[in-house]
Design a protein around this ligand. Structure first.
Ligand SMILES: [Zn+2]
Length: 176
């Protein structure tokens, strides 16, 4: 089967750290624009290994995220299609709990949902904080490969990059 990771530019740890800081900066920048009872959706792909974006990943992200967000009243949307991975920042006129519940459902139940990371942020006392699965008493994120939690398998390095990439590539090829 085709390996979608044959395309794309390898990203270094430094590039990923810079990119994470840029995302954090973008979220902070948007704080003032988030009205009461609204929330900020910050989405990316959960792609292990050095290749974080290419034509397939970018297309899947755009298609999948647009379908997720179409259920909401969007106030502002920003899309980044950058080498460290596609990202979106969207302010929606909906309560964070409702948006997070829908995000978890999307991650758990749609065919490509397992490779999406949809975080939902709320403003509290002028600071921005994520609403976590645990806050809603929902199960933690599962590993892409086995039945343990994603956190456990990342910490224990239970799966090789090759194994994870193969899983994601097959998933994408089968759901295009
Ligand atoms: Zn695992």
């Amino acid at each position: 089967m085709v390996n979608i990771f044959a395309e794309g530019f390898k990203q270094s740890k430094e590039q990923m750290i810079k990119s994470r800081m840029a995302s954090e900066g973008e979220r902070k920048y948007l704080i003032d624009e988030i009205p009461d009872y609204s929330s900020l959706v910050s989405a990316s792909l959960r792609i292990p290994g050095p290749i974080k974006n290419n034509e397939d990943l970018s297309e899947i992200f755009e298609k999948g995220f647009k379908s997720f967000i179409s259920d909401f009243d969007v106030k502002k949307r920003i899309f980044w299609d950058i080498a460290t991975g596609p990202e979106a920042f969207v302010i929606v006129n909906s309560d964070a709990q409702i948006v997070k519940t829908a995000a978890v459902k999307f991650e758990n139940e749609t065919p490509l949902g397992e490779i999406f990371d949809i975080d939902v942020y709320i403003v509290h006392d002028d600071t921005l904080g994520p609403l976590r699965r645990a806050d809603l008493h929902l199960q933690p994120r599962k590993c892409l490969i086995c039945n343990k939690t994603a956190e456990e398998c990342i910490k224990e390095r239970n799966h090789s990059v090759d194994e994870l990439q193969k899983h994601i590539s097959d998933l994408i090829v089968n759901n295009k």
